[in-house]
Design a protein around this ligand. Structure first.
Ligand SMILES: Nc1ncnc2c1ncn2[C@@H]1O[C@H](COP(=O)(O)OP(=O)(O)OP(=O)(O)O)[C@@H](O)[C@H]1O
Length: 856
């Protein structure tokens, strides 16, 4: 068993070796003098080292288990466990930095999958698809819009929520009194069109007024919590406004109605990023339909005199619960007050005859406010209380599979009643297949790669899109760099990227090799994964482009990532050199991409880290990035053995009070062996050796240079910080105390024991506090993910790392030997996972807890 572990304690090269341990006798006097000097120098180092070890003991009262030292590696029999300090002082201590090399397939906790899982197959009838018993014409939509939807946007029939909302919200129907509305339906069910179509239909008739042009000001405002979402909504508005403004049969524009219609109804986007002056100029010209993020909007309401918003008729708060979660409550209250103030000012000016406004405006028509969300949490109910007056609650109930009659899709009641009812419904689309795999921490990274390989291979035609959710920005950056840089073999191809040569390639192990000019010039010409880059090719996932997205990236970069991942819009030609042409793509992202984003044809969502905030609600939003508008999709979660209870917990939460009656939601467990076998192939247990090779490739990448090592360590620490932010009601499943931190380090391709990682990162933190960002965008990522831990690589790490290729090879050989031995064991009826977790546990968990909470 011990063959799978080498825990090299941090020792200096200068520690006394056996050779110099005693006083040298005999030989030439020069040799004796030299030996004496060296012994003296090493003794001084030893003292220094023992001080460090004492400190380690202070913070780590528990002795390390199964510590092995360099000489013990050559022995067949394991040595008894010894405390770090003892090992450090040992004269036989290895002249190596701290490292842990352990086999992937040993010392993992035993995994017991539920024996009888109520596996509910995804429904054949998608719950968020267009319904086949209704038409847009039948619901009262204007013929121009109907034909535009059908001919240009391939939207032929309404979805359930559209069928439910349009009769209540379209101005031409009997229900059209301007009441506030709360729209709730599943992810991907078409809520955006549910409010945009009524807005456009309401404003369209103004086209026939003689005075109308865009200087009328802003008549509709849509607020979205993130820039990405605001941009996406703005794109949909623009697509709708491209509609033909005359009837299909009115070729020459002879129809009385159509000839009068002008293109005054334009949309605009305010999301920051542009200068205020530029935005003010846009607002002065007039933007009848405005899409904005909350902060920027409030700023202009308060400070831009030329922002003509007094006649605003529609206010939409999209992704209302996220708006609240991100702390925009005050901003929204400010916006509501600001709009009211502007309206009163405009009305007063008209009454007093001081207004330059054209006459004929119906000032009595009240503004209608719409709140929109796939889930309703308490915070949204609070917002509804502030923003809505006597609202209608509109939601689409699920259509029963066998029910051929027209279901009662319309639910209209007081908000409170509806909230009570809807709080039980947190259901994802019925056609979405939800699976989870329990992976021991050490195997997480290879499990992720295996899963991605399988999902991509299934989409044989190429163009498969997968979103992977990771807990924090540092971890996204690390995994993106890792996938972009790691390759099998020691001299494979350099990673491809969309930027110039990688500066980190000139650092690290090859640095001293100044004689090899050819290698250096090759390195210089290699492409770089720069700070701003978002696109990388992955040697371990052929034909796949890996993108990254998180709130710490500049807006333009985030947009570029989304655009690249989404690929070309229908019918658009892609330049041959573009990676988006037909290749598959993987988006590594934080929760910033969890809400509202409508990325076409996402085949699967993988939750590599389960949500630290938002619990089941966040889970439902994340998985809702696939299986949209009736399409199929898969949701995978990678769960640690200590988190196994999460699967039943989240199902119960999604099921709500309906759980006793009918089970509509289920998560199917998939054995890890199946995932690895499918991902790495081979016969029998061959996948173990292949997974090991992949893990070693990752570890080699981390060891390659200091920048990579710093990225890995930063990600590891930020991950722990994020993990510690799970709310108290989830601590029984997600507690840092339950994690085997050494195994966790392995999932960040680190060979170092956690003590070493933490010590080095703490040292680094002191020097790199500046990298800690307080930007708003950071807030949008996992709250525990700040780069306080020095997660941003800032040049060379002060940390030593092993660049001794002989040592690496030796370690790899040992690891492979263990895998082979394990394979033999399996054939003899042994199990892949062993229950003994005594491999090593060098860190006191209390200390780590303090560390992740920033009290260390
Ligand atoms: N009637 C329809 N028929 C077909 N596709 C539709 C229809 N209505 C909307 N869609 C498409 O469905 C997708 C999802 O729509 P939308 O983004 O509005 O969903 P949503 O309910 O807002 O989801 P989320 O809660 O995740 O934000 C979009 O690509 C949209 O173009």
């Amino acid at each position: 068993m011990d063959d799978d572990l080498v825990l090299n304690l941090a020792v200096d090269d200068a520690l006394p070796s056996r050779k110099f341990a005693g006083k040298q006798k005999g030989g030439r006097w020069t040799d004796r003098l030299k030996a004496k000097r060296v012994t003296k120098r090493k003794a001084a180092h030893e003292n220094k080292f023992s001080n460090v070890q004492e400190h380690v003991e202070e913070i780590n009262p528990r002795p390390a288990k199964r510590v092995r030292t360099e000489d013990s590696r050559s022995q067949k029999q394991p040595r008894p466990a010894q405390a770090p300090s003892a090992a450090g002082k040992s004269s036989a201590a290895p002249a190596r930095p701290t490292q842990v090399i352990s086999s992937l397939f040993t010392s993992n906790p035993k995994i017991e999958l539920p024996t009888s899982t109520p596996s509910i197959k995804p429904s054949a009838k998608p719950s968020n698809a267009p319904v086949d018993f209704s038409t847009f014409e039948g619901l009262g939509l204007h013929p121009f819009l109907v034909s535009h939807l059908s001919n240009k946007m391939n939207i032929k029939r309404p979805t359930a929520i559209q069928r439910a909302s349009l009769p209540l919200m379209l101005p031409t129907t009997i229900h059209s009194e301007a009441r506030d509305v709360f729209l709730q339906s599943q992810t991907g069910s078409g809520k955006t069109m549910s409010y945009l179509l009524p807005i456009i239909q309401d404003l369209l008739p103004l086209s026939s007024q003689s005075y109308i042009d865009r200087s009328i000001g802003t008549l509709a405002i849509i607020i979205a919590p993130t820039r990405e979402l605001a941009k996406q909504i703005s794109d949909v508005v623009e697509a709708l406004l491209k509609m033909r403004l005359r009837a299909e049969n009115d070729v020459n524009g002879e129809s009385e109605n159509s000839t009068r219609m002008t293109r005054w109804l334009v949309s605009g986007l305010l999301i920051g990023g542009a200068t205020r002056t530029h935005e003010k100029a846009k607002l002065r010209k007039g933007i009848p339909i405005l899409v904005s993020t909350p902060g920027r909007l409030l700023d202009h309401i308060q400070n831009t005199a030329s922002f003509n918003v007094g006649k605003c008729q529609w206010l939409v708060l999209d992704e209302a619960d996220q708006l609240m979660e991100l702390g925009f409550e005050e901003t929204i209250t400010g916006i509501l007050k600001g709009l009211e103030g502007r309206r009163r000012l405009a009305m007063n000016a008209v009454e007093e005859g001081k207004s330059t406004e054209v006459g004929g405006w119906d000032w009595d028509k009240p503004r209608r406010t719409v709140l929109c969300s796939a889930t309703i949490r308490e915070s949204v109910q609070k917002l509804a209380g502030t923003a809505l007056v006597n609202p209608l609650m509109i939601k689409a109930t699920e259509i029963d599979k066998d029910d051929t009659s027209i279901p009662d899709l319309l639910s209209k009641s007081s908000l409170e009643q509806s909230n009570q009812a809807s709080s039980t419904a947190l259901t994802p689309p019925s056609q979405l297949s939800q699976k989870y795999v329990i992976a021991p921490l050490k195997l997480r990274l290879v499990a992720l790669l295996a899963l991605l390989r399988t999902l991509i291979a299934q989409g044989s035609g190429g163009g498969t899109k997968i979103i992977v959710f990771i807990s924090c920005t540092d971890s996204v950056d690390f995994h993106w760099n890792l996938l972009g840089g790691a390759h099998m073999g020691s001299d494979g191809n350099a990673p491809e990227s969309d930027e110039e040569g990688d500066s980190d390639e000139s650092e690290g192990e090859d640095e001293d090799d100044s004689s090899d000019a050819g290698k250096k010039s090759k390195r210089r010409s290699q492409k770089k994964l720069s700070e701003d880059a978002v696109e990388a090719k992955c040697a371990l996932l052929p034909d796949v482009t890996v993108y990254r997205l998180h709130g710490s990236l500049p807006t333009a970069t985030r947009m570029r990532a989304l655009k690249g991942f989404a690929g070309p819009k229908d019918g658009k030609k892609v330049p041959a050199q573009s990676s988006s042409s037909s290749s598959s793509s993987v988006l590594l992202c934080t929760s910033v991409a969890a809400r509202g984003l409508d990325l076409p044809l996402v085949k699967a969502v993988v939750q590599y880290d389960l949500p630290t905030e938002g619990g089941p609600t966040e889970y439902v939003h994340r998985i809702g990035r696939t299986a949209r508008a009736g399409k199929g999709g898969e949701a995978w979660s990678i769960v640690a053995p200590s988190e196994a209870e999460w699967a039943t917990w989240v199902v119960d939460k999604m099921q709500g009070e309906e759980s006793n009656n009918s089970k509509k939601v289920s998560l199917s467990p998939v054995p890890l062996e199946t995932v690895l076998q499918n991902g790495f192939g081979g016969k029998g247990k061959e996948y173990e050796a292949r997974a090991t090779e992949v893990q070693l490739a990752f570890e080699r990448w981390v060891l390659k240079n200091s920048k990579n090592a710093a990225l890995a360590r930063g990600a590891y620490l930020s991950h722990m910080r994020a993990y510690a932010t799970h709310p108290s009601n989830e601590k029984h499943m997600f507690h840092i105390r339950h994690l085997h931190l050494g195994h966790l380090a392995k999932s960040f391709a680190l060979r170092e024991a956690p003590t070493k990682v933490n010590a080095s990162m703490n040292a680094k933190t002191k020097g790199s506090q500046a990298s800690s960002s307080t930007s708003k965008s950071k807030k949008r990522d996992a709250k525990g993910s700040s780069s306080k831990g020095g997660a941003k690589p800032s040049g060379k790490s002060k940390v030593t790392y092993d660049s001794d290729s002989d040592y690496d090879q030796e370690a790899e050989i040992r690891m492979k030997a263990v895998v082979r031995a394990q394979g033999r064991l399996s054939k003899k009826g042994g199990t892949m996972m062993r229950t003994d977790t005594s491999e090593f546990q060098v860190m006191d968990t209390n200390y780590l807890e303090k560390l992740v909470q920033g009290h260390s």
